[in-house]
Design a protein around this ligand. Structure first.
Ligand code: TRP
Ligand code: ZN
Length: 423
């Protein structure tokens, strides 16, 4: 992706996006997801191609058909300002967001098409090169490794490489003036954190234990799956955080300076998604509990690591009682509605499912299940059925009734071993 941002106030940009693809079948045409902009030209294998746009679908008609198994290159040249886009899955602006003095990108699940043409489905992972040019003194923070910075006088160009496969919704390009803090985990994972330069130093505190978190999760899940990690804190409030691959993003309203330990749970949550969500990605959005339930339970695992088993049990009891008190907010985590994909049940009941599974199969089996699931599906995609198959394989138990109840029962199942629920 070669993007030049001409006007930071409107994010007016010109872009050349080159896609290298393989045809899985004979193609007289193919579709990409893409919203807004003026398209100047599309070529396929160097030949100018016809195209057509209907809502967010871009259909490309190559001048000569592409044969099954053929590799082909699509180049799309376009310009304009990204359109503001609402997600179908939750009522927030998604994709490229222009703010005062810069911009950020949070695309999960359907916002990527707001700034580049892509087959926007987590099954279609790709490696990426970003070449982003911005007016000085602005800077760029994107996924992956910064390989080059070019000073062009009035503008600067930043080149980032993502060499591990990445789902399109995790793509992020952010423009601001930053302070960058460099560190490393003990196991050697490089960390670079980006803070808007307008932010006070104390905002860095909740991120101070990331290195320790990386090493702990590497120990219990398997080695950290990417070349680099870091967080990016924008001096903007947007009420959420997102686990963009190698570079999680947070709004300032996600940081509670008066409760660093509580904020660390969010930091642990986004980090754990690098294993569960980013490296092992859902094959279908209806399995989103595989992301959010795992990341929620990772908060509990961090509590256990730092404060002991009793603290974990207290946390489990606390969130379980919240589910009991507000059952309408915490619906069953299996197959959530498309327009409420990230509901409380997916997170909290998904997380509690994992604790119940741990009690059901024992610690040794439970952690072997997590590790095997990560090892088998890293860099790719998995489904709920894939996870259940591993849980049954490792525990040598028929867990179909267990998963059925935890994923689909209207009321949350009880956890008798902890005296939780009605039996
Ligand atoms: N995955 C995010 C998390 O860690 C939540 C999320 C989903 C989100 N879609 C979003 C955040 C869109 C911001 C915008 O919980
Ligand atoms: Zn999450």
């Amino acid at each position: 992706m070669d993007i030049t941002v001409n006007d930071i106030a409107t994010s007016d940009l010109s872009a050349i996006v080159s896609i290298e693809a393989n045809a899985l079948q004979d193609l007289s045409s193919f579709n990409l997801d893409f919203v807004g902009f003026e398209i100047n030209e599309i070529t396929v294998n160097g030949e100018s191609a016809e195209f057509e746009r209907t809502e967010s679908e871009l259909t490309v008609y190559p001048s000569s058909a592409i044969a099954k198994d053929e590799a082909f290159t699509v180049i799309v040249q376009y310009a304009g300002s990204p359109e503001e886009m609402q997600s179908v899955a939750l009522p927030v602006q998604t994709g490229w967001v222009t703010v005062d003095g810069g911009s950020f990108v949070m695309s999960e699940p359907d916002g990527s098409a707001s700034f580049y043409p892509v087959n926007d489905h987590p099954l279609d992972k790709a490696t990426y090169t970003f070449r982003v040019t911005v007016p000085a003194p602005l800077e760029v923070a994107a996924n992956g490794v910064l390989t080059e910075t070019i000073n062009n006088g009035d503008t600067n160009t930043y080149i980032f490489e993502v060499r591990d496969p990445m789902a399109s919704y995790l793509t992020t390009i952010n423009i601001d003036e930053f302070e960058i803090e460099i560190s490393q985990s003990q196991t050697g994972v490089p960390i670079r954190d980006y803070y808007s330069s307008t932010l006070a130093e104390e905002y860095r505190e909740p991120f101070a234990r990331q290195a320790e978190m990386i090493d702990y999760f590497s120990e219990i899940f398997g080695p950290y799956p990417f070349e680099v990690y870091g967080s990016m804190l924008m001096d903007t409030e947007f009420g959420s955080a997102l686990e963009n691959q190698t570079l999680s993003i947070y709004g300032t309203d996600m940081i509670d300076l008066d409760d660093v330990e509580e904020t660390e749970l969010t930091v642990a949550h986004e980090l754990s998604h690098q294993w569960f969500g980013d490296s092992v990605s859902v094959a279908d959005w209806s399995d989103i509990w595989l992301n959010e339930g795992f990341a929620t339970y990772s908060e509990g695992l961090w509590i256990e690591h730092t404060s002991g088993r009793e603290a974990l049990d207290d946390w489990v009891k606390f969130i379980y009682s919240d589910v009991i008190t507000y059952p309408e907010y915490y619906t069953a985590p299996g197959n959530p509605p498309a327009d409420d994909l990230f509901n409380g049940g997916v997170y909290v009941r998904g997380g509690l499912l994992l604790h119940a599974l741990r009690l059901e199969v024992g610690d040794e089996n439970f952690f072997a299940i997590l590790q095997t699931y990560f090892e088998r599906y890293q860099g790719g995609n998995a489904s709920t059925a894939d996870f259940i198959a591993i849980a049954e394989e490792i525990s040598a138990k028929d867990l179909s009734a267990f998963f059925d109840a935890w994923l689909f029962n209207e009321a949350i199942p009880s956890i008798p071993a902890m005296g939780l629920g009605v039996e």
